[in-house]
Design a protein around this ligand. Structure first.
Ligand SMILES: *[C@@H]1O[C@H](CO)[C@@H](O)[C@H](O)[C@H]1NC(C)=O
Ligand SMILES: *[C@@H]1O[C@H](CO)[C@@H](O)[C@H](O)[C@H]1NC(C)=O
Ligand SMILES: *[C@@H]1O[C@H](CO)[C@@H](O)[C@H](O)[C@H]1NC(C)=O
Ligand SMILES: *[C@@H]1O[C@H](CO)[C@@H](O)[C@H](O)[C@H]1NC(C)=O
Length: 783
C-alpha cells in the first residue's frame, strides 16, 4: 500500500504544473510529433449476438467455406461489376475458444479498398458475429494513369491550401510540448503555414503524372516531418527531393496475396528505411450528398525516427492526405534451451509496480514453457539480428544460447543515442550462469549529473526491462496472444504466424524524456518499445523500472495486432479506437498490479512524481474519485487518445470489479505451466472444470480473458459500443453467456449502457454523447 500513498508530496506542485497542464519546461528535447486521422465510416456495423436463424443458411465444418458463403449472402447483388473481395491470410482459429477469426478485404477494379474490412467470427460452422465496413456504392471507372489538365497544381500550393482541414490535432509546440486539441488550434499548422507557404514561386518545369507517386509522398513527408529545416528544404528544393527518390518494384511481395504491386522507395527525406507505396481505394463522404464514394489513393508506409506511418494520399493532384495512422503509440503523454539452469535477475518482482511499491529481489527466469519453450535467453541463429553468417564457416547449431538480455521474445539494450540501431548497443552480460545482479542506488546529485547518475545503473535497468517485457510476452501468450494471433517472436516454433518480430526494447532511450512509446507494424516486423527517463525528480526516475508503463506499452502491440487481424496495424489509429488502444494498456497494467485487497490506482505516479499520476483521475470504483462516464468524451480536453483511453480503462475497471465480486480473485494471473510432457494441467484452482473450454475461474483472470477475446472479435476501427459488444460476445462464447447481464450492468454504471448514444462523431473523436444507464432488455428481469 505504501506505493499508493507516499508519492512525494514535496514535488507535487512541480508535478502538478508539469503534468496538469501538459507543460514540460525541463525537457531538453521536443516531444514526439504524431498525426492520426481519417474518415469516419457511418455505414460500418458490428453485428454481435446474431440470431442463429440469420446465419444457419449454410453450415460447414470448414470455417473458410462458411465465411465464403456468408459474405456472398451478406453482400448479395450489391457487389457487382469491378468489385470483389479476398480472405486475408492472417485469418486464424483461436485454440481455446475454437472461434475462427476471418479477415476479408474488399477489392474494386483490382485494387484493395484500404478501409473496406469485414471480420467474421465463426464457430461450429456458424457465424457468431461480424463487422463490416465495405464500400457499397457504385463502382468507379477503372483507374487511368493520366490526370485532367485542370487538376495540375503544385503540391506546395495544395499543401498550403489544405493545412487547416487536414492537419488535425497532435503537433509539437515550439517549446516542445504537444497540444492535443481541435484542429484549428494546432500551432504547428500556423508554423508550417508561415514558414513554408511564404514561397509562392513554383518550379518552372512542373509536370504532374498520377502514376508517379513521388509528389504525393513528398507532400506527406512535408506534413509528417517534425524537422522544420527539412520541411523548408523540401519546399525550396522540391524537384531535387523528387529526383533523389529511387523507386524499385516489389512485386515479389506476398505473391498472389496482394491485390496490387508494391513499390519500394529509397531516399525518402526523414525516413530511416525504404518507404513502401501501393495504389488503393479509400472511402470518403462525397461533397455532394455525403454518400460514401471511393477515392484513389497511394498508401504509404514510412518508418521514421519517431513515427511509423501508414498513410493514404490522393493520387490525383491536388494531393490530399486522407488518413494517417501512426503505428507508434506514446504512453503517458501529459504531458532454448529449457534444460539450462534458469537465469536470475535482481529486479522489482512481478506485481511490484515501481520502486515505491517494494524492494528488489532475486527472481528466476520464470518463463512459461508453453509461451517460451526455449526460455528467454535463446534465439535461433537464423533469426538472430546479430548473427552475421560468414561464408565457408561451418554452420552452428540451430539455437544460440545467449548470456545477455537478448532472446526470442525481447531484444533489450540501452539506447542513449536515441537512434534506430540497436544490435550493437550496450546490454548487460550475465555470464555463463546468467546472473543479472546489478547495483541500483541512484544518489542525490546536481541536475547536471542526473543523466550520468542514471546511466550508472544501466545494467539494472536493462535487466528490469528484459524481465518485465518477457513476463508480459508470456502472460499475454497464455491468454491467447499466440503466434497465429500475431505475437512478437523471432522464431515461432512452427506454430504459425509471421516471425522475426521480437520486441526491440530500448532502455533510457535518448529520443525523449517523460514518456515511452511503442511502434506496432504488421505481424512479421519487429515491434519497438522506447522507454525514457523522467526528469520529474532528482535523481531522475527511470520508466523502465515502472512495470505499469512497460505493460501499457507492450499492450499497444497486443491490441493493435489482435484488432482487425495480425496483418492490419491500421485499426486503432484515432478517435475512440485510438483511445481504447491507450485504455486497454492502462487497464491491463492496473489489473496486473492489483491484489485481493481492493484499492484505487493511478498510472505512472512514480515516474511522473505525482500522486494522481499522468491521467486526470485514479482508476476507482468511487464516482467521487473518478467520475468518468461515456459522456465525458464530449468534454474539452478529451480529443486526444490518452484522455479517451482513460475513460475506457475506467469502464473496464468498473466492469472487472463486478466480475471479481461474483467470481472471486485469483492471486496469480498466470495459468499453470505445462508439465515436461508439454501438457497444460487443467488445474481446477485456475480453470473451471465443467466446460470443454478453459474458462478462468476468478473474476480478474476471466476479465483479462474476455478483454483479449473481445479484441479478436471486434471489427477494425471499433467504437466504444463495438468493443463493449465484443466483450459481451466473448462471454457468450466462453461461458455460454452467464455474465452477460453483469457485464451490461458494469458498462451501464459508467454510461455505456444499452441506451447510450452518440451523434455526429468526427474523425478526431468529437460528437455529442448521451449516457445510457440501462442494461440490455433481456437483462431487465434480473434487476
Ligand atoms: C544451450 O544450452 C543447453 C543447456 O546447457 C545445451 O544443451 C545446448 O547444447 C546449448 N546450445 C548451444 C548451441 O550451445
Ligand atoms: C551512491 O552513494 C553510495 C554511498 O556513497 C556509493 O557507494 C554508490 O556507489 C553511489 N552510487 C552511484 C551510482 O554512484
Ligand atoms: C555493467 O556490468 C558490467 C559487468 O558486470 C560492468 O563491467 C560494468 O561496469 C557495468 N556497467 C555500469 C555502467 O555499471
Ligand atoms: C490484504 O489485507 C490483509 C488484511 O489486512 C493482509 O493480511 C494481507 O496481507 C493483504 N494481502 C495483500 C495481497 O496485500
Amino acid at each position: 500500500m505504501r506505493c499508493l500513498l507516499t508519492a512525494s508530496l514535496v514535488f507535487a506542485t512541480l508535478a502538478g504544473s508539469v503534468y496538469g497542464h501538459g507543460r514540460d519546461s525541463n525537457s531538453p528535447l521536443p516531444r514526439r510529433k504524431t498525426l492520426g486521422f481519417g474518415p469516419e465510416h457511418p455505414h460500418a456495423v458490428f453485428n454481435s449476438n446474431l440470431h442463429p436463424l440469420q446465419t444457419a443458411g449454410f453450415v460447414s465444418d470448414e470455417p473458410l467455406d462458411v465465411a465464403h458463403h456468408f459474405v456472398t449472402d451478406l453482400l448479395g447483388p450489391s457487389v457487382s461489376g469491378g468489385a470483389s473481395w479476398k480472405i486475408r491470410k492472417d485469418s486464424y482459429t483461436d485454440d481455446n475458444t475454437g472461434v475462427t477469426h476471418v479477415y476479408i478485404r474488399q477489392i474494386v477494379n483490382g485494387l484493395e479498398v484500404a478501409d473496406g474490412d469485414i471480420n467474421i467470427n465463426i464457430k461450429d460452422g456458424r457465424v457468431l458475429s461480424y463487422g463490416n465496413s465495405f464500400y457499397n456504392g457504385p463502382t468507379p471507372a477503372p483507374f487511368s494513369s493520366t490526370t485532367a489538365p485542370e487538376d495540375l497544381r503544385h503540391p506546395q500550393a495544395e499543401f498550403c491550401d489544405q493545412i487547416p482541414r487536414h492537419m488535425p490535432y497532435a503537433a509539437p509546440m515550439p517549446d516542445g510540448q504537444v497540444l492535443l486539441d481541435a484542429p484549428s488550434q494546432s500551432p504547428v499548422i500556423s508554423h508550417i503555414a508561415e514558414s513554408n507557404c511564404a514561397h509562392p514561386q513554383l518550379p518552372a518545369s512542373l509536370t504532374s503524372d498520377s502514376s508517379d507517386f513521388r509528389p504525393a509522398l513528398l507532400q506527406f513527408m512535408l506534413a509528417a516531418t517534425p524537422n522544420r529545416e527539412l520541411a523548408q528544404d523540401i519546399t525550396e528544393n522540391y524537384q531535387k527531393h523528387i529526383d533523389d527518390m529511387l523507386i524499385s518494384d516489389e512485386s515479389h511481395f506476398a505473391p498472389g496475396d496482394e491485390a496490387t504491386v508494391q513499390f519500394k522507395v529509397d531516399n525518402v527525406p526523414d525516413a530511416v528505411n525504404p518507404a513502401k507505396a501501393r495504389l488503393a481505394y479509400i472511402q470518403l463522404p462525397s461533397k455532394l450528398d455525403g454518400a460514401m464514394e471511393l477515392q484513389l489513393v497511394w498508401k504509404f508506409e514510412v518508418e521514421m525516427q519517431d513515427n511509423w506511418y501508414e498513410s493514404a494520399v490522393t493520387v490525383s493532384a491536388p494531393h490530399r492526405i486522407i488518413s494517417v495512422v501512426d503505428w507508434a503509440s506514446d504512453a503517458p503523454v501529459p504531458t532454448p534451451s529449457p534444460e539450462r539452469k534458469p537465469a536470475t535477475y535482481k529486479v522489482f518482482g512481478w506485481g511490484v509496480n515501481d520502486p515505491e511499491c517494494g524492494e528488489r529481489s532475486v527472481e528466476k527466469e520464470s518463463f512459461d514453457g508453453h509461451a517460451s519453450p526455449a526460455g528467454w535467453h535463446a534465439i535461433p541463429h537464423e533469426h538472430d539480428p546479430s548473427y552475421r553468417s560468414v561464408r565457408g564457416q561451418e554452420k552452428p547449431g540451430f539455437w544460440r544460447n545467449t548470456t545477455t538480455t537478448w532472446g526470442n521474445n525481447v531484444l533489450a539494450q540501452e539506447n542513449w543515442e536515441g537512434l534506430n540501431r540497436f544490435v550493437d548497443n550496450y546490454r548487460p552480460d550475465g555470464g555463463e550462469d546468467r546472473v543479472f545482479d546489478y547495483r541500483y542506488e541512484p544518489n542525490e546529485t546536481d541536475k547536471e549529473d542526473a543523466l550520468e547518475e542514471a546511466k550508472a545503473y544501466i545494467n539494472a535497468t536493462v535487466t528490469q526491462l528484459f524481465y518485465t517485457a518477457n513476463l508480459v510476452h508470456d502472460i499475454y501468450y497464455r491468454y491467447g496472444f499466440t503466434e497465429v494471433a500475431g505475437n512478437f517472436q523471432q522464431y515461432n516454433f512452427g506454430r504459425g504466424g509471421q516471425q522475426n518480430d521480437a520486441v526491440i526494447t530500448n532502455a533510457q532511450d535518448g529520443s525523449g524524456f517523460n514518456n515511452a512509446n511503442f511502434m506496432t507494424p504488421p505481424d512479421g516486423q519487429n515491434g519497438r518499445m522506447r522507454m525514457y527517463l523522467w526528469n520529474t525528480a532528482i535523481p531522475y526516475r527511470d520508466g523502465d523500472l515502472e512495470a505499469g508503463i512497460v505493460i501499457h506499452e507492450f499492450s499497444h502491440g497486443l491490441s493493435t495486432r489482435l484488432t482487425g487481424g495480425p496483418a492490419n496495424s491500421g485499426c486503432l489509429g484515432w478517435g475512440e479506437s485510438g483511445g481504447m488502444g491507450e485504455g486497454w494498456g492502462d487497464f491491463l497494467a492496473t489489473t496486473i498490479r492489483s491484489n485481493r485487497n481492493y484499492s484505487d490506482y493511478s498510472m505512472g505516479a512514480w515516474a511522473a512524481n505525482s500522486i494522481t499520476g499522468i491521467r486526470h483521475y485514479k482508476y476507482s470504483m468511487d464516482e467521487d474519485v473518478n467520475p468518468s462516464t461515456y459522456k465525458t468524451l464530449d468534454k474539452p480536453g478529451y480529443w486526444g487518445v490518452h484522455a479517451i483511453g482513460e475513460v475506457w480503462a475506467e469502464m473496464l475497471w468498473v466492469v472487472s470489479q463486478g466480475l471479481i465480486k461474483k467470481h472471486g480473485f485469483s492471486d496469480t494471473l498466470f495459468p499453470p505451466a505445462p508439465g515436461p510432457d508439454g501438457v497444460v494441467p487443467r488445474d481446477h484452482h485456475f480453470w473451471r472444470q465443467d466446460k470443454d473450454l478453459l474458462v478462468p475461474r476468478h473474476g480478474n483472470t476471466l476479465m483479462v480473458q474476455l478483454v483479449l477475446n473481445g479484441m479478436k472479435l471486434q471489427p477494425c476501427r471499433p467504437s466504444f459500443f463495438d468493443a463493449r459488444d465484443a466483450i459481451i460476445e466473448a462471454d457468450r462464447i466462453l461461458t455460454g453467456g452467464e455474465n452477460v447481464c453483469l457485464l451490461w450492468k458494469g458498462f451501464a454504471k459508467r454510461g455505456l449502457g444499452f441506451d447510450a448514444q452518440v451523434q455526429g462523431r468526427t474523425p478526431w473523436g468529437g460528437g455529442i454523447r448521451t449516457d445510457g444507464y440501462a442494461v440490455h432488455p433481456d437483462c431487465r428481469d434480473e434487476e
